[in-house]
Write a protein that binds this ligand. Sequence first.
Ligand SMILES: NC(=O)C1=CN([C@@H]2O[C@H](COP(=O)(O)OP(=O)(O)OC[C@H]3O[C@@H](n4cnc5c(N)ncnc54)[C@H](O)[C@@H]3O)[C@@H](O)[C@H]2O)C=CC1
Ligand SMILES: C[N+](C)(C)CC(=O)CC(=O)[O-]
Length: 321
Amino acid sequence: MSFITDIKTFAALGSGVIGSGWVARALANGLDVVAWDPAPGAEQALRKRIANAWPALEKQGLKPGASQSRLRFVATIEECVRDADFIQESAPERLDLKLDLHGRISAAAKPNALIGSSTSGLLPSEFYESSTHPERCIVGHPFNPVYLLPLVEIVGGRNTSPQAIEAARQVYASLGMQPLHVRKEVPGFIADRLLEALWREALHLVNDGVATTGEIDDAIRFGAGLRWSFMGTFLTYTLAGGDAGMRHFMAQFGPALQLPWTYLPAPELTEELIDAVVDGTSEQRGERSIASLERYRDDCLLAVLDAVKTTKARHGLNFSD
Ligand SMILES: NC(=O)C1=CN([C@@H]2O[C@H](COP(=O)(O)OP(=O)(O)OC[C@H]3O[C@@H](n4cnc5c(N)ncnc54)[C@H](O)[C@@H]3O)[C@@H](O)[C@H]2O)C=CC1
Ligand SMILES: C[N+](C)(C)CC(=O)CC(=O)[O-]
């Protein structure tokens, strides 16, 4: 079976943080976008979020024909997906809800339109169980802000065809993304498995009174965070082994893995811990609104992306190398 890869119309179901990010990316790539979200006031909220993201997208460079006016907000799931060439679901992270929703989406969609889910870690074999033509159903897990961060993890379920994985790779690449095929269907995929481990340890550090939320963020942003934008943990640690490289690194720091540096199971989310995290992050935020923080983040990300791209080119590398 072949799937539509030359897409003109992008359907977005769910227009919260992630759905609106997909809409912004698709519009910036010159597509027509149809969106649906059941919440009252969702259309207005979506248009506001897109307007907030647009300056960053303009700075990055819009594709010909790109316009915020090419967004149409509709009243039903069926109207949203009926004529779509590609469908991306970004509804709340609940298995029962996604199972139901995908039953309706896939029944109304063109049989050769790919269907992607933004889920952060639910298994596609489970929530696509009652979908029509499940061979075209995949996970396309993005990263916030979806309109700027390139990574999208593609995960197939039990019934997904290899052709659909390849087609999804082409579609996401056409939207300027860096697809990563997660070959084994595991909860949390690759990136969230790593991010959740870090998040659990950060919560333990707050819970144990070791550090404030701001201090923990400093420990990331002035250190490993800077090098992570161009070199992952494995290559970074190869350099940490000096001229002898990774084998020496493993010999020297391997024993620390046996020490209780990390807790692994998450701490209990007591009211006290939640308050400490909420109060700490409010202090970090100060008077700044979420929208202004998003613009600040977008500006920094554009600068980092640009710097990484330019520096790689100086070393004869492409951005994806
Ligand atoms: N927030 C994040 O950092 C990331 C979230 N994701 C995933 O994206 C998906 C959406 O998450 P967020 O945008 O963060 O959530 P959100 O809470 O910001 O947005 C969810 C939206 O779905 C709408 N909604 C409620 N019931 C619905 C239904 N039956 N069908 C369609 N839409 C419905 C809500 O009105 C809301 O606008 C989840 O699967 C999540 O795991 C993926 C990557 C990052
Ligand atoms: C917190 N989260 C699990 C929803 C995060 C993601 O899925 C990816 C991201 O943007 O960090």
